[in-house]
Design a protein around this ligand. Structure first.
Ligand SMILES: CC(C)(COP(=O)(O)OP(=O)(O)OC[C@H]1O[C@@H](n2cnc3c(N)ncnc32)[C@H](O)[C@@H]1OP(=O)(O)O)[C@@H](O)C(=O)NCCC(=O)NCCS
Length: 150
């Protein structure tokens, strides 16, 4: 298998990334109905891409996953999005995107990367070194807040 390249997303990729997000999210079977009822939940703001806070993983020129970061008011950084193409799961794409985000967070001097963990991704985040630190309100109900020191 050829290797993956991680780079900053560009604005012209917004729709492609939103389509990937939808494809990836629909594999979380319990989320399907809510997602199909609220398609506006799939949104990758152009500002976030323009800020250089969205990173794509590509293989042979094809985007296979992406991650997005947002600053948090407490000084930590939030992993605001992480999606991997369903056809290429368990190949290390998600973990390498987390590793890349950790390097970004470290470089900007923050102490930790946080994520509001989807229950379907709990084992993945645990494998990547995140631990549960509490719950937090989300649009669709309480979410599990997980944190990883960088
Ligand atoms: C969660 C997600 C990003 C993981 O991406 P991935 O590229 O398949 O993950 P990796 O291959 O890097 O997995 C790294 C490790 O995490 C764990 N892991 C990953 N997926 C797992 C699963 N479905 N069940 C149990 N453990 C899992 C494993 O320990 C894995 O290592 P291994 O394959 O050597 O056993 C991907 O499944 C996805 O896009 N899911 C849908 C969207 C989503 O829920 N995103 C999270 C939003 S909070």
């Amino acid at each position: 298998m050829s290797s993956f390249l991680i780079r900053c997303a560009v604005i012209s990729e917004q729709k492609e990334l939103e389509a990937l997000q939808l494809r990836a999210s629909l594999t979380n079977t319990g989320d399907r109905d809510a997602l199909l009822a609220h398609p506006d939940a799939i949104e990758l703001p152009i500002d976030q891409i323009a800020a250089g806070a969205v990173f794509v993983s590509e293989r042979n020129g094809e985007i296979v996953g992406f991650a997005a970061l947002l600053p948090r008011p407490d000084g930590d950084v939030e992993l605001d999005a992480l999606f991997v193409d369903p056809d290429i799961r368990r190949c290390g794409v998600g973990r390498s995107l987390v590793d890349h985000c950790v390097q970004m967070v470290r470089a900007q001097g923050s102490a930790a990367l946080c994520v509001i963990g989807n229950p379907y991704a709990f084992d993945f985040y645990t494998a990547c070194g995140f631990t549960a630190v509490g719950t937090t309100a989300t649009r669709f109900g309480p979410g599990l807040l997980m944190r990883k020191m960088v």
